[in-house]
Unconditional design. Structure first.
Length: 338
């Protein structure tokens, strides 16, 4: 509404003034006049900046709809708004839109600044065990010789045995401890623990130990579950899709060539993912001859050993292909006849 003094006031602001002065009885709900709709049924929503209550514009408009249905006012330092009134609702919508734009702009600038720093090789996250951050946002080897020797020993033993599992069993047999970052200290304090497979595997898969600075090895996937966005993190990207790769960034425990050989050896040890022409994987347990080393002549994958009455090698992929071909041979004629 427009008052006679030329200043703009909403009906809700007139209602608040009447409550303070108690000089406008016509605004009371018992009057039955046109201003009776300004009387709130519930306590108003107060905030220093009401539009910051929402994470995005959708949540903000949902709040406005709830306030309009409940007859609740929205109050911030700029004014008092009644969502049931068209003009006030329009202003609240504009505030939400501008607030969402401002937050998105700040987030975009912050992410771009972080991306530029990472692109220059500045270390902004916690470094792995065996390294320490420097004052100029770099990294260097830890001065603790015991930690250095322990990490170097893991790479040396993998070079000798060629299997993550064999390295783990050797450390367990020798009752040797390995260094790790403590979660209780926020990954800042080094502790000595018994070796476990994920620790050794993660250390061998980390390119930081090869003197290479990388960023963007993992990414987040978004899927729709029950009508809502569901995010899952930690999905590995192929090496050629890493966002930042800076070789010779710092002193490494191994060379980049050795790191790549280790990755090839780990993939070959998987057996199921190894293809024809690649290096042989690790020998598997069991009494079967050459378990884990024989390959299928059809698809090139490692043969699986089945221990029944006799020890036999078989290819699961080949068996599936045979079953599919048999199904097509039976199904297609019947479909053609139909």
């Amino acid at each position: 509404m427009i008052c006679g003094n030329g200043h703009r006031h909403s009906a809700s602001s007139v209602w608040l003034s009447s409550m303070k002065t108690r000089a406008a009885p016509e605004l009371a709900p018992s009057s039955g006049g046109a201003s009776a709709g300004c009387w709130p049924q519930y306590a108003p929503v107060l905030a220093l900046e009401a539009s910051r209550l929402a994470r995005n514009n959708r949540d903000w408009h949902h709040l406005i709809d709830l306030c309009a249905k409940a007859g609740t006012l929205v109050i911030d330092h700029d004014g008092i708004y009644d969502p049931r009134l068209l003009n006030d609702r329009l202003l609240l919508g504009l505030e939400g839109t501008m607030s969402e734009f401002e937050i998105s702009l700040l987030r975009q600038r912050a992410m771009e600044a972080r991306r530029q720093k990472v692109g220059r090789g500045l270390v902004l996250t916690q470094v792995p065990v065996g390294y320490a951050r420097t004052e100029d946002e770099g990294m260097e080897k830890t001065p603790d010789r015991q930690i250095q020797e322990a990490i170097t020993g893991i790479f040396r033993k993998f070079r000798e045995l060629g299997s993550v599992r064999e390295v783990l069993l050797w450390y367990r047999d020798e009752k040797l401890l390995i260094p790790a970052l403590s979660r209780e200290s926020g990954h800042r304090k080094v502790i000595w623990i018994e070796p476990i497979y994920p620790r050794i595997f993660g250390l061998l898969k980390n390119p930081t130990y090869a003197g290479v600075f990388v960023w963007g090895r993992n990414h987040t996937r978004t899927s729709i579950v029950d009508g809502r966005a569901h995010k899952t993190r930690g999905h590995a990207r192929p090496l050629e899709q890493w966002e930042v790769t800076i070789p010779n960034h710092h002193e490494g425990y191994i060379t980049w060539e050795e790191f790549m050989r280790n990755q090839q050896q780990i993939r070959a040890n998987a057996g199921w993912n190894a293809h024809m022409g690649s290096t042989n994987g690790a020998v598997r347990n069991g009494p079967a001859l050459l378990a884990g080393l024989l390959r299928c002549g059809r698809c090139g994958r490692a043969l699986q050993v089945a221990y029944a009455r006799s020890k036999q090698h078989g290819c699961v992929i080949g068996a599936l292909e045979i079953e599919v071909s048999r199904w097509f041979a039976v199904a297609l004629p019947s479909q053609a006849h139909a």
